[in-house]
Design a protein around this ligand. Structure first.
Ligand code: ZN
Length: 148
């Protein structure tokens, strides 16, 4: 298990230092801003949604290694998923960090590297910030998204 933890840690550090999908998205159809006052993490999420499918996801902002790695991994995981699939992924991710079962739900793939954050309650909001921002982008004040 410790080898696995080291590997997970490496992935988090890598994505924290060299975030993927970082920058503006001129073709974006959805935006939202997120702020985690506990840590000072800020991010702006840009999504391109076409016919109810997330075609592209990018983000900007500044935050700690956990929030940056989480946003980076999320934007890798989203493209190609329907909005309802992204909602299900959010639910699974949230359950992994805050649910009673320490075994992560199925289907999270690489996002499982963040499972260890559940042991650090003050950092959970760092890891979930990007995902709450995703919910705001998809379902927030910009108007409901048509999933089909
Ligand atoms: Zn943070």
């Amino acid at each position: 298990m410790s080898d696995l933890r080291d590997l997970y840690q490496e992935v988090i550090v890598d994505h924290g230092r060299r975030p993927r999908n970082f920058g503006p998205l001129p073709t974006a159809s959805h935006h939202a801003e997120g702020f985690n006052p506990l840590c000072g993490d800020r991010l702006t999420l840009h999504l391109q949604v076409v016919d109810g499918v997330i075609a592209a996801a990018r983000f900007e902002g500044a935050g700690c290694a956990i929030s940056t790695a989480s946003a980076s991994l999320m934007t890798e995981a989203l493209p190609g998923r329907r909005v309802d699939e992204a909602d299900a992924l959010f639910a699974a991710f949230h359950s992994m960090l805050t649910g009673p079962d320490p075994v992560p739900p199925a289907g999270l793939g690489k996002l499982e590297v963040l499972a260890g954050v559940r042991e650090f309650p003050t950092r959970i909001k760092c890891a979930t910030l990007a995902w709450h921002t995703l919910q705001a982008a998809l379902h927030g004040a910009g108007g409901p998204v048509k999933t089909e």
